[in-house]
Design a protein around this ligand. Structure first.
Ligand SMILES: [Mn+2]
Length: 153
C-alpha cells in the first residue's frame, strides 16, 4: 500500500498525464508545492515500487499498477469533493478539506460515501431538504444574535 505522500504523488502524476499527456518533475513539484529534489526522490521510490518507470531524459511513465491506483486516487478525490459539495460545504473550503481527509478514510468508508452521493444524486429533493435544514438553523442563529435583519439566501 502506498503511503499518504506516495498517494499524493500518484494522484497528481495521473492527473497531469491525463490532462497534458505527460508529467515532468517541474510540473509535479508545482502541483504539490514541493522542491523538485523531493519529487526526484519520490519518483525514484515509486519507480522502485513499480508504480512508474522513470528515465532521466525520457520522463516518466506509469505502469499498469500505477495507472490503476492513480485513477482510483483521482476518483476518490473527486468523490469526496462531490460529497462535501452535497452536504453544503462552501466551495472555497472543499479542496483543502478533501486534501485533509482523503488519505485517512478506509476504502470501506469511501464505498459507503459513494452510495450516499449516488443516493443524493438520484434524489435531488433530499439535497434541497438538507439545505433547508441548514438554512433554517442559520436563520434562527442569526435571529438569536439579534441580527434579525440579516437576510439568508
Ligand atoms: Mn487530492
Amino acid at each position: 500500500m502506498p503511503t499518504p505522500s506516495m498517494e499524493d504523488y500518484l494522484e497528481n502524476i495521473y492527473k497531469l498525464i491525463d490532462q497534458k499527456g505527460y508529467a515532468r518533475v517541474s510540473d509535479i513539484a508545482e502541483a504539490l508545492d514541493v522542491h523538485p529534489s523531493s519529487v526526484t526522490k519520490m519518483v525514484q521510490k515509486l519507480d522502485k515500487d513499480k508504480y512508474l518507470v522513470y528515465e532521466k531524459y525520457r520522463g516518466l511513465v506509469l505502469t499498469p499498477k500505477g495507472k490503476k491506483i492513480g485513477k482510483r486516487l483521482v476518483d476518490r478525490h473527486d468523490l469526496l469533493e462531490d460529497f462535501l459539495r452535497i452536504i453544503g460545504v462552501s466551495e472555497e473550503k472543499i479542496y483543502q478539506d478533501v486534501e485533509g481527509i482523503e488519505h485517512h478514510l478506509s476504502w470501506d468508508s469511501i464505498t459507503c460515501i459513494e452510495y450516499l452521493v449516488e443516493y443524493f444524486q438520484r434524489n435531488p429533493e433530499r439535497i434541497a431538504e438538507l439545505r433547508a435544514l441548514k438554512e433554517a438553523d442559520e436563520v434562527s442563529e442569526a435571529n438569536t444574535d439579534g441580527d434579525s435583519e440579516k437576510t439568508v439566501e
